[in-house]
Design a protein around this ligand. Structure first.
Ligand code: FES
Ligand SMILES: [Fe+2]
Length: 353
């Protein structure tokens, strides 16, 4: 039984990854072929030829103008997935059509709708406007994770692990030592988890990037929109420095950490990460440092979650986890994901009946 909610938007790629070349990525178990058409739009169709399933991303399949020619026997498809030529006959079978996916390019991401295309509503795609805003400088990447996406959701919703797994990078004793507050907005479909540290050690990730030395006020405000988009609003300031009454906050440093959590298969995940900052905008050395540090931190998580996946895969049925206060955000996220999954299962059942 699948654990991946359908009828949802997922991040498939960064816009920069897709040019006028064939690009393939498996999203939610579906092998998808992307390219950027001559008019600049990203197109997404199934990466399996309808004839004998040959992957259209695989040489000698090739792109000719805005049509993809299968490298096995030459079935040719347009950007909308419609077959326009088959070998040896002029009649093109009516069903010769690749599944075509709704895609939207927004906030530097290419979003794809996995599910019934008639239900795709692009206004419901959650936003991460910092990632292509001129007021921020962003570094980003993607690491493959050999673990189910739910493990990454658990990981990101409970940052107390920073103290242990990321000690010396972004973890300090105060992260695990400070209680969280959790709120759920059922209507908007968002889980909020906040941890405000009033007097904390400044970890190297922030001391080296901001230049702050000494103790800091450190706020972590998480906003997770299941299934895919996770945002950590991070505020760093000298101890005692708070935002002004009107909401302006000129003496603090703001870092927007964004993750897109996209299932590749039931047991593997595309771990997209981005770090946007509102300071040292033109300082390449700060960009290099944050890129390298965040990638290191992501790889620490990847290593831990890859191990966890193996543990789960080999354990007997019925293992009972123990949850405590730090897990309230993760448990709320699991509930929302379970509801999304139940909804997509209902719809599949209705469609199939
Ligand atoms: S498999 Fe593509 S044309 Fe035969
Ligand atoms: Fe982590």
């Amino acid at each position: 039984m699948s654990t991946i909610p359908r009828n949802q938007w997922y991040v498939a790629a960064y816009g920069r990854e897709i040019g006028h070349d064939l690009f393939s990525r498996t999203i939610c178990g579906e092998s998808v072929l992307f390219w950027r058409t001559e008019s600049g739009d990203v197109t997404a169709v199934s990466d399996r030829c309808v004839h004998r399933r040959f992957p259209l991303s695989q040489a000698p399949s090739r792109l000719v103008d805005d049509q993809v020619v299968c490298g096995y026997h030459g079935f040719t498809y347009g950007a909308d997935g419609r077959c326009v030529a088959v070998p040896g006959q002029t009649r093109i079978p009516r069903t010769a059509r690749l599944t075509s996916y709704p895609v939207v390019e927004q906030d530097s991401f290419v979003w794809i709708w996995i599910g019934d295309p008639a239900r795709a509503d692009s206004t419901r795609i959650p936003r991460a406007p910092w990632l292509d805003s001129p007021d921020y400088t962003t570094v980003s990447g993607m690491e493959p994770l050999q673990a189910r996406f739910g493990l990454l959701v658990d990981n990101l919703l409970d940052l107390s692990h920073e103290t242990y797994l990321h000690g010396g990078y972004i973890g300090t004793p105060e992260v695990a030592g400070t209680p969280i507050t959790t709120e759920v907005d059922e209507e908007a479909g968002i889980v909020y988890v906040s941890r405000h540290m009033d007097d904390a050690e400044c970890p190297p990730f922030y001391s080296k990037s901001t230049g702050l030395s000494g103790r800091i006020t450190r706020w972590q405000d998480i906003e997770y929109t299941p299934p895919c988009l996770y945002k950590l609003h991070s505020r760093i300031a000298p101890v005692g420095v708070l935002p002004n009454a009107d909401g302006t906050d000129p003496d603090a440093f703001h870092v927007e950490v964004v993750y897109a959590i996209t299932p590749e298969t039931e047991n593997s995940t595309h771990d997209f990460w981005a770090v946007a900052r509102d300071f040292a905008l033109d300082d390449e050395s700060v960009s290099d440092f944050l890129r390298e540090s965040n990638r290191t931190v992501v790889l620490q998580d990847v290593a831990a979650l890859d191990v966890l996946e193996q543990v789960i895969a080999t354990e007997p049925e019925g293992y009972q986890e123990l949850s405590i206060n730090i897990d309230t955000g993760g448990l709320a996220a699991r509930r929302m994901l379970a509801a999304q999954l139940a909804q997509s299962a209902d719809r599949t059942a209705v469609a199939g009946s």
